[in-house]
Ligand binder design. Structure first.
Ligand code: F6R
Length: 600
């Protein structure tokens, strides 16, 4: 995830800004840069690591902004690195998030502004240049520009001839640090935690003017007074936003991750999605089959998507564990689309399967989190899931983002193939846009889930059951638990219990059942009774309004239609996390596992 930093004060500005970039390194990035202001503006930026970036000592500089970039618009190149400047080189901008309507502005501005990058950020610099010609007040210019932009973002600007830094927050975090002789800015407190622990968290819609030892914040047309807080976290905890583990932080980032996946891509009323795909209507209609290839959690996201694609895009779908994939010679490569689902974009098994398919002449599409990854570079089309970097080895937020993105792909194909009416598409989009707040409701019950996890932690083994869309979530729930707690956990389609696994069920084997929309809950309920009569403790994860008393414990899922199992999965993530924590496991780096599996 990109990181913003800023400093204004009497200290050694260039060293402080350069160090703050190092502090933000943990967020993941592929390029970095700073802009330092003395009388003029000096910009240093480049792709690669912060160690590759030379920021010269500049004792005359009193104000600076910096950035670590995780690519979303445009490859990780020197030109696309932030800060971005206007035509005069007097305005510098660093930015996180996505500007949905940047193309419209870029098209308009192109006539008399020269663009030097492929980023959405650069339009902000040019728009501020224009606004400054009107107002000559940096804060007012930023206010004007913010009112024109659509999307979820945070940015910071400094400009020659204007004091301080102006920062704007819209859906993407920003925090200000206060010390006696300086003011700091960061995407999180890690940016400056060694200098001050007195902070102000900005809220959505805030525009802050940072001066040395002074800050003014406006929201809309009101001056606002945000409370200063004292952070007790040490630098390690600060990197994790105060969470003890990246995994828990990333579980809690899911509402934002899902919002980012949807941002600027959906027209809920019209029932359409825009994914910038080059798949023509004729091609979509000619498709006989979609083959999804993936591993682990991404494979389960693929299983989920398969049911949606078959139902709403009316196309046959097969889902393959990438290491088992053989492109079948009896399929017509021209009528088959191969979709690689991969967080990292580097998984060797997925890459090999993809190359096999591409070698047979098949069209390929990647659904990935990683701009510039090998898989993103090798496919015909890519749709990014926009989760931001996931640092915990166990995938969490990317599962939710993958399913969200694959649902958008489903709607795109369904509309192209005339298999989905605009009304049906609108209904699905309405449910999708409700997912972030539904996930938040689940996250708000974390203390209850922790208590339940601690109660069941000593089970001999754990079984997760579900049907249809509940099945991939049962598999994912079991995978999460086994990965980080090292307990034996298995996921099954509920109907399979009686064909073997039931022999393992005792009063020491908790069974977690997914019973939401899209999971044939009534049928799973019969299976729950089967395990209960063998003494197994049961946990029902359900959206039923009158939960069946059959369960020992019930966790309630907000109603969001076919997305309910994704929301149910958040309970399973928290359940796994708290069991692993109780057992003192190495949660972010489980034994024997790697985040990016680049060997076959
Ligand atoms: C599980 C997990 C793995 C990955 C798998 C595929 O928590 O993280 O199962 O999902 O290794 O990785 P990507 O999605 O990067 O291809």
């Amino acid at each position: 995830m990109c990181g913003i930093t800023g400093y204004i004060g009497t200290g050694d500005c260039s060293t402080i800004v350069a160090q703050s970039l190092k502090n933000l390194e943990y967020r993941g990035y592929d390029s970095a840069g700073v802009a330092l202001r003395n009388g003029s503006l000096e910009v240093y930026k480049q792709s690669g690591t912060i160690d590759d970036l030379t920021v010269p000592s500049m004792p005359s500089a009193t104000c600076g902004i910096g950035h670590t970039r995780w690519s979303t618009h445009g490859a990780p190149t020197d030109e696309n690195a932030h800060p971005h400047t206007d035509c005069t080189g007097q305005v510098a901008v660093v930015h996180n998030g996505i500007i949905n309507n940047y193309e419209m502005f870029k098209n308009e501005l192109c006539a008399d502004h020269e663009f030097t990058s492929e980023t959405d950020t650069e339009v902000i610099a040019h728009l501020i240049e224009n606004a400054l010609a009107d107002t000559n007040d940096l804060r007012e210019a930023v206010e004007q520009v913010v009112s024109m932009l659509k999307g979820s973002f945070a940015f910071a600007v400094t400009a020659v001839g204007h004091d301080g830094i102006v920062a704007a927050r819209q859906d993407s975090p920003l925090v200000i640090g206060h010390s006696e002789d300086a003011t700091f800015l960061g995407s999180d407190v890690t940016a400056f935690v060694e200098h001050t622990r007195t902070v102000t968290f900005l809220e959505d819609g805030d525009i802050a003017h940072l001066l040395e030892g002074d800050v003014t914040i406006v929201n809309g047309d009101k001056l606002v007074d945000r409370e200063r807080q004292t952070i007790e976290w040490d630098a390690d905890a600060a990197e994790k936003g105060g969470y003890e583990h990246y995994m828990r932080k990333e579980i809690h980032e899911q509402p934002r991750a899902v919002r980012q996946a949807l941002s600027g891509r959906v027209d809920e009323l019209a029932g359409t999605v825009d994914l910038d795909l080059s798949l023509s209507q004729e091609y979509c209609n000619s498709l006989d089959e979609i083959q999804i290839i993936a591993c682990g959690t991404s494979y389960y996201a693929g299983l989920y998507a398969a049911e949606l694609l078959e139902q709403y895009a009316d196309v046959r779908v097969s889902v393959h564990i990438a290491s088992e994939y053989e492109f079948r010679g009896d399929r017509d490569p021209w009528r088959t689309l191969v979709v690689a689902v991969t967080q990292s974009g580097e998984t060797a098994d997925t890459l090999r399967a993809l190359r096999k398919a591409a070698g047979a002449g098949t069209r390929t599409l990647a659904v990935t989190n990683t701009v510039g990854s090998t898989i993103a570079r090798e496919v015909d089309d890519t749709v990014y899931i926009r989760s931001g970097p996931e640092i915990g080895v166990a995938a969490t937020k990317t599962f939710a983002s993958q399913i969200t993105t694959l649902t958008l792909v489903t709607i795109y194909l369904g509309r192209q193939r005339n298999a989905l009416s605009s009304t049906e598409a609108s209904n699905i989009l309405e449910k999708l846009t409700a997912v972030p707040s539904a996930i938040q409701q689940v996250l708000d019950t974390e203390s209850t889930v922790r208590r339940i996890a601690e109660e069941f932690a000593d089970g001999d083994a754990f079984f997760f059951i579900g049907r249809r869309l509940g099945h991939p979530v049962a598999l994912e729930g079991a995978l999460k638990l086994k990965e980080i707690s090292y307990d034996h956990a298995e996921g099954f389609p509920s109907g399979e219990l009686k064909h073997g696994p039931l022999a393992l069920v005792t009063d020491e084997t908790p069974v977690v059942a997914i019973l939401t929309e899209g999971t044939n809950a009534d049928e799973t309920l019969h299976n729950v009774k089967e395990v209960e009569s063998r003494g197994a403790p049961t946990i029902g994860v359900t959206s039923a309004t009158d939960p069946n008393p059959v369960f020992d414990t019930t966790l309630t899922v907000p109603k969001v239609g076919l997305m309910e199992p994704v929301v149910a999965n958040v309970y399973l993530q928290l359940f796994a996390y708290h069991i692993a924590k109780r057992k003192g496991r190495s949660i972010d780096k489980p034994r024997n596992l790697a985040k990016s599996v680049t060997v076959e």
